[in-house]
Design a protein around this ligand. Sequence first.
Ligand SMILES: [Zn+2]
Length: 523
Amino acid sequence: MNVTRIAAKHPDVFIEQSGMRENVQIIRRRELPVEQRPKLKVAAYCRVSTDREEQETSIKIQMETYQQIIEEHPDWELAEIYADPGATGLMASKRPDFLRMIEDAKAGKIDIILAKSISRFARNTEDMLKYTRMLRSIGVGVIFEKEKIDTRSSTSEMLLTIYAAFSQEESHDISEWSKVGIRNDAARGKTRFHKLYGYTSKGKDKWIVVPDEAEIVRRIFNSYIKGASIREIAEELNAEGIPTKEGVNWKSSTLSSIIQNEKYTGDYLFQKTYVDDFLTKRSVNNTDAKLPQYYITDNHEALVSKEVFAEAQEIMHMRNVYKGANLYPYYGFLICPECGTPLVCFVLQMQTSTRCWVCPGHKDGVKRKDRADCKPFTFYEKLIDEAVRRAILGLKNMKGVEKDELEGIQEKIKENGRIERWYLKTLVKNITFPDYEHLTVNWKDGRKVTVPLTIKRYWFHPYPEIGEKGNGYIEYGGEQMVLRRLSKVQDCIAGRNRWVQELEITMPDAEDPIQVPVVRKGK
Ligand SMILES: [Zn+2]
């Protein structure tokens, strides 16, 4: 290559002999004296990220600092200092000066933009990459002071992506912090109103009862604890043309969530769920209290009493066949003739499902295979039903119970034959078995009646032998068969005990093993 030819093409280029070797010439560009060099038009972008009073001064200080930096740099001249007050969201569209700066850059008024940090410049990866790429494509560089990245360099793209990821994390932290604020409010007993059937709101935290809806809520709870199933309640409300809050038909799921909502007792459990992943916004149940929960008593006007609510929860748990055996309606009333433990229900799967009440053998769960502390026997529910029906229908009066109420119960029994838990709760203390051919109903007022019960005694009854193959099996009359939901029976009892415990720990003044802080409002 002819070096003189290269030099000729560029007036500012000159050729110099290397001092190291004779056969080396150096082609150099002539350095202009500082005052003759064309200056780069440099702008700066300022932003503060918190909404405080010092924000104003912070911006002023930033602007003055940039002005000084730019003026002191020999190759730079000040284009303009752009500034947006922070705190208003993360989007570029909410930053007018930022957008004006971009337009000026497009118009050729800017060569370089100085920014304090990536997070001040753009608050998400997408925005930041979009703008820096666009600016680079029109020959405008951005220099991030904190991260020491100059987007005019070839490695900047990779560095930017990495830093942007961290910046996103920072933004996540900020939203985490605002959640902490909400939690602190909850800890002080301050709650936010959420749309809820039966209530409306005035402002953010004032709960106002909607009388018509409140009446329906009370009716739902009342029907439920008197034995109506959720499906029956839904059918009834729909038949009467009573709409939900959304103006649609009642569904089982809607009713079930009403019946389980503690807010109807005037209390408020905060942090039932939480967002697990801030990107996917996936909401998960906080049942294990991964985050602290706050139980606020008497937060607003109650629609149902705590007693009615507790009764409804108990029934719901007992009726939940998905969680285990259905222990409705007798659990807690039938007493084992051998050891005094409350009997539990299980279902033998034969030609037809047969509900039986048996002794769990242990006070704290169903462990049928280990019967060391009790004898095996089986009471068919049908026979218990029949005996209890006869006992209740034979009642003339009951101390402490209105005649109307007793007659109402008797009418209902004649009508559909069902034994509901609330009949037992109203009239019965417990039911014992003096022998295997009778049951004794011990009434609440201290009287009792013994009714014949046709059952097979355990020594006549082909007692089911319980084994542990897979889900468990039983041997019934010499024949081995799978017991329907053996493990579920156990789960159900465990679950019920757990539920009762949970109820206790959410009560004020209880010592709570899973750390659910109880917060009293006011006082
Ligand atoms: Zn027993």
